[in-house]
Design a protein around this ligand. Structure first.
Ligand SMILES: Cc1cc2nc3c(=O)[nH]c(=O)nc-3n(C[C@H](O)[C@H](O)[C@H](O)COP(=O)(O)O)c2cc1C
Length: 143
């Protein structure tokens, strides 16, 4: 098996409806291809980890790179793996965007995500890089 993680910048702020539709398609497709992973969306930036059969993951990544909804797609880690980090998630999603009504809720989301990253044991270097990138991203003060 194989895993990769990349970061990218949203071309425009996605509404929750647009995000829902993206996720619905992603989850259906990933399930049929036995691909799992996690997608973080925070302040116009994406970080995503994908895992599964190498050829299938690379094919999906090639498609994702071409997606006009984001730009500056940068792969920052990949690995051959024996076990999945997100075995039960077709695509886990953390919607930490500007739609959250107040600062308290946003802080709560950040805390939950950090908690999650502590609970989910990264079993490979790419998963470690994914969490480091995520934590760095949410630590940045809002612009
Ligand atoms: C940030 C981001 C993450 C995405 N993640 C996935 C994914 O995990 N699985 C998936 O099938 N499509 C994902 N997509 C959508 C694909 O880019 C593409 O639209 C989808 O696979 C349908 O491709 P098609 O129109 O060529 O059939 C993602 C798109 C973006 C912008």
């Amino acid at each position: 098996m194989y895993t990769l993680t990349y970061e990218s910048t949203a071309v425009k702020t996605l509404t929750s409806a647009e995000m829902e539709s993206l996720l619905e398609k992603a989850r259906t497709h990933n399930k049929s291809e036995n691909i799992t992973g996690c997608l973080i969306y925070y302040k116009g930036k994406f970080v995503q980890l994908l895992e599964g059969d190498k050829k299938k993951v690379q094919e999906l990544y090639d498609r994702i790179v071409e997606d006009p909804r984001h730009k500056k797609v940068t792969l920052f880690s990949e690995d051959e793996i024996a076990n999945r980090t997100f075995p039960n998630w077709g695509m886990a999603y953390y919607p930490m965007d500007d739609e959250h009504p107040n600062k308290y809720e946003l802080e709560q989301f950040k805390r939950n995500l950090i908690l999650l990253s502590d609970l989910i044991e990264p079993t490979n270097l790419t998963a470690k890089h994914f969490w480091i990138k995520t934590k760095t991203m949410i630590a940045e003060p809002p612009k």
